[in-house]
Design a protein around this ligand. Structure first.
Ligand SMILES: OC[C@H]1O[C@H](O[C@H]2O[C@H](CO)[C@@H](O)[C@H](O)[C@H]2O)[C@H](O)[C@@H](O)[C@@H]1O
Length: 890
């Protein structure tokens, strides 16, 4: 597969003409808004049976038929006739380096956990996928992005690679002794970067406008650390640099005079894979511009990998309360991304210095140095003793707990000699937020919004970041906490597996051993979950135990209620329930509310409250009304903003100014309450899980020499059957015009008639204009060899399309009609059965797969077509078929 490059703007696109099917256009909109499939991702993952041109031409005909209007039944028929179910382009794959008894099992001492580790090892086989060759030879019929090596998928509805998931999968594979599979997956991402300069969110063309947290460099670093293969790092360094340079230049923002980075997306419109959901959340916006802005914020959140979360909500009052309608991702400077980029640049400097590239090494060292300064100046909050995201719009730090607040520990993006001070303040922060109190792991946030990257969900990659981060900090306290969270995490995952037989994408912090919920049904499999666990089991298997030794020693856990009061007993040694946590929080805030603000002037903001709220009057959880005060400071000093709460304007302290409520704005948009982590369900008795199948059915290893997979039975327009001829009718994804054929023959496809700006976005242009095929013959050529076919293709005038028609039929028709071959018969689409049947006279179709061997044709026309008198080539003028068909149909 070669990259599709726009001649005008030089941009390369992940999506070609298939973008008009899977990324935008009226067909996508009609199917997605019809509710035909429960999961919106289903349609965009279906393989096409025909070329995009043909599907769009048929779609045009379908739309021209009145009876099809608003008929879900007919639309369903259309989809069934033109698409294969998702997954037909992939086959199960058993990694060749998979072993029944990987070496790491020997590291796991506890017999129960050893068995669990062995089960996890088996799961790689059920998550292995190989892309069939037809995707390589005929990419325009798929939304799947072709990559050369087989890979491990996350699982469930995610039947393609995901960028940041791959990091935890690759690490798991490496610890599992499967370096070859890990390397293949890294090479796939490098292959994509070499063509498109970025790694998309996932391996589907509809992810073309965004990436995910850039973890390719850390993947290579992990590989090199495990294999000692420094040569590999040196060899792939130019591609790694290409990705990071490109990422840096497309994501930069200036904050307080420093260059920092944020998540973004460059496409238009709703997410194709969640189309109706995005249309729904945008419905409150009046104008198209506002809707587009909303879609951008949504997709930028997807680039963060955290779709969706109150982390990205900015209400009118500047806090994190709200719904998806409040999503403002690009107003925020995120802690994690800046740390990841810091770590990437450090590694690139290191790889360059191995090569003796001192200048380049210095350049990356400088970017990393600037980033760590920016992280400390802008994101570190001295008052609260932790890092916070920064709100660019309201110019305040966002004082809300998000697991990513601790990601600088993982990236070592802090002054190392501050480890003791950081430990002290972080322990305080962890205690204040009771982060050590949840039986099922650390929730991603403390806001219960129903979004999946919010309370009560716990995400495996984030648990890894926390466990590793605290361990990196290296102080005894931090290491102890890291160990406790690690043990709890492994045991809780194991418990869920014992109960259900599944590994989940995310878990529930309130219940030990239970999966989470959110945007879509919780998925099982699951790539990153297994990766994180295998790493933990391999590294710490000597210490880990399936049961908490404290249980055996008679620790009373909160599940054991005090039956007389109905309140859970809170034992300091045990994780407390969220209910107890909430009760404690409520008590604390009631006490705070009753106590007036310390009137003593300390010039430091006094009773510092929630520093992120540049809000007006606020209702606290307890119902007491507070006022925000902000420290007055000199512009050039660039101190951290310090805000405090007071119950009245008078209570603002020396050096502070009240933030006056805007009476009009306030009347219209009352401040929503502070995000209370609502956890109404007491977790005493975890809901009984449905009786699980003991273990996931294992995919059998395929026999050694696998027969070539059967491609989906598919037909294709002869004009699209070879690479050259495909190029000869290359359609600009932007303007949907047929490109100039003569030029096509010498050069790779160019996309004409598009302005540079339009080229950047295949979905930006107006609705797609499918090629309109008609009816009137211009010429007919007989007895063609493949090279003659190419010549004929080139000979056709630009505004025609090549049709290789069955000559017997054509001649019969000629005799009948007294005309040259190939005149279109008047076939009236049968509206009662839905879509107009593909008109055999409009295109010549050849099977894509050899019926005897099952092999896909490798971009070659069928030899048998040389048969004399068997076929002919016609160039047909394109004209609007609509009117004629409309007549017939009505
Ligand atoms: O289909 C909806 C969204 O699904 C993906 O996001 C979630 O799954 C990914 C795969 O495990 C994971 O990387 C991501 O963190 C999850 O939130 C996808 O990445 C989104 O772009 C997509 O819209």
């Amino acid at each position: 597969m070669s990259a599709r490059k726009c001649a005008e703007c030089g941009e390369v696109h992940l999506a070609g003409a298939n973008g008009a099917i899977y990324c935008c256009g009226t067909l996508l909109r009609a199917v997605q808004m019809s509710n035909m499939f429960k999961d919106s991702k289903y349609f965009v993952d279906m393989a096409s049976r025909y070329s995009p041109d043909r599907i769009l031409a048929d779609w045009q005909l379908f739309c021209s038929c009145k009876k099809n209007e608003n008929s879900v039944k007919h639309l369903t028929n259309f989809v069934e006739n033109h698409f294969e179910p998702p997954g037909t382009e992939l086959e199960a794959w058993c990694p060749p380096d998979w072993r029944c008894e990987p070496a790491f099992l020997a590291q796991v001492k506890d017999p129960e956990l050893k068995k669990f580790a062995s089960e996890l090892n088996k799961m790689w086989k059920s998550l292995g996928r190989h892309i069939k060759d037809c995707v390589r030879s005929n990419p325009l019929q798929y939304s799947l992005v072709y990559v050369p090596n087989p890979f491990i998928v996350p699982g469930g509805r995610f039947n393609e690679f995901y960028y940041w998931d791959t990091y935890w999968i690759v690490r798991g594979l490496l610890y599992n002794g499967m370096a070859q599979t890990a390397r293949g997956m890294i090479d796939n991402l490098l292959y994509i970067v070499s063509q498109y300069k970025f790694v998309p969110n996932g391996g589907r063309i509809y992810y073309w406008g965004r990436s995910q947290p850039p973890l390719l460099v850390p993947m290579v670093k992990s590989y090199v650390e495990m294999t000692n293969d420094r040569k590999y790092a040196v060899q792939v360094l130019p591609i790694l640099e290409m990705e990071i340079d490109n990422f840096l230049s497309n994501h930069a923002v200036q904050v307080k005079g420093r260059t920092m980075y944020q998540y973004r997306d460059k496409s238009n419109g709703p997410r194709p894979e969640s189309f109706r959901e995005d249309v729904a959340s945008a419905s409150g916006f009046a104008t198209n511009t506002e809707k587009e802005e909303h879609y951008s914020h949504l997709k930028a959140a997807c680039e963060s990998g955290m779709d969706f979360s109150s982390r990205w909500f900015v209400s009118d009052c500047g806090n994190n309360v709200g719904t998806l309608a409040n999503i403002k991702t690009t107003w925020i400077v995120p802690v994690d991304l800046n740390c990841i980029l810091f770590r990437n640049c450090k590694t690139l400097a290191e790889f360059n210095s191995w090569m003796g590239n001192t200048d380049r090494a210095e350049n990356y060292r400088m970017i990393a140095g600037n980033l760590i300064k920016a992280i400390t100046a802008v994101l570190w909050n001295e008052e609260r003793g932790v890092w916070f995201d920064y709100d660019l719009k309201n110019k305040v730090p966002r004082d809300y707990f998000v697991a990513t607040n601790l990601s600088p520990l993982w990236a070592r993006a802090y002054p190392i000699n501050n480890a003791d001070k950081i430990t002290e303040s972080l322990m305080r922060y962890i205690e204040e937020n009771k982060l050590d109190s949840f039986p099922g792991g650390v929730p991603h946030t403390l806001s219960n919004t129903g979004e999946q990257w919010d309370y009560p969900n716990v995400w495996p990659p984030m648990m890894h970041v926390l466990i590793e981060g605290l361990n990196n900090l290296g102080t005894p306290q931090a290491k102890e906490l890291s160990q406790r969270w690690r043990d709890r995490w492994v045991r809780s995952n194991y418990e869920a597996y014992k109960k259900t037989g599944f590994m989940y994408e995310k878990y529930n912090c309130e219940v030990f051993g239970s999966g989470g919920s959110g945007e879509y049904v919780n998925q099982t499999g699951f790539g990153w979950t297994n990766g994180v666990l295998i790493e933990l089991l391999a590294k710490y298997g000597q210490e880990l135990t399936a049961k908490d030794p404290a249980d055996a020693a008679g620790c009373v856990c909160p599940e054991d209620d005090d039956k007389s009061t109905g309140k859970p007993i809170v034992d300091e040694e045990c994780p407390i329930t969220s209910e107890a946590y909430l009760a404690q929080k409520l008590e604390k805030s009631q006490a705070a509310c009753a106590t007036p603000v310390n009137a003593e002037c300390n010039g430091n903001g006094g009773n510092t409250g929630n520093a992120g709220n540049a809000a007006n009057a606020q209702e606290t959880e307890t119902g007491c009304s507070v006022m925000c005060c902000r420290t007055v400071y000199e512009e050039e000093e660039e101190p951290a903003l310090i805000e405090s709460f007071a119950t009245s304007e008078q209570e603002c302290q020396c050096g502070e100014e009240p933030i006056k409520p805007d009476p009009v704005a306030k009347a219209q948009t009352p401040c929503p309450p502070q995000t209370p982590p609502q956890a109404p369900c007491p977790p005493q008795t975890p809901p009984q899980a449905p009786c699980p199948p003991k273990a996931q059915p294992q995919v059998q290893c395929p026999p050694k020499a696998q027969p070539q997979a059967q491609c989906p039975t598919s037909t294709v327009n002869v004009a699209t059957a070879t690479a050259e001829t495909r190029a000869s009718i290359a359609i600009c994804p932007v303007c949907h015009e047929v490109c100039d054929k003569q030029e096509k023959r010498e050069k790779p496809p160019i996309f004409s008639l598009a302005s540079a700006a339009e080229c950047a976005d295949p979905c930006k242009a107006s609705e797609p204009k499918p090629i309109e095929i008609e009816m009137e013959d211009v010429d007919c050529l007989l007895d063609l060899t493949p090279s003659q076919l190419e010549e004929a293709t080139a000979a056709c005038p630009c505004d025609t399309e090549v049709v290789n028609d069955g000559c017997a039929e054509a001649q019969a028709r000629s005799a009948e009609d007294g005309q040259d071959c190939g005149e279109s018969p008047s076939v009236a689409p049968d509206c009662s059965v839905g879509p107009a049947p593909p008109n055999p006279m409009l295109r010549k179709v050849f099977p894509l797969a050899d019926s005897t061997t099952g092999n896909c044709f490798d971009a070659k026309p069928q030899e048998a077509n040389n048969d004399d008198d068997d076929h002919c080539i016609c160039c047909r003028a394109k004209a609007d078929a609509r009117a004629e068909n409309q007549k017939e149909c009505n």
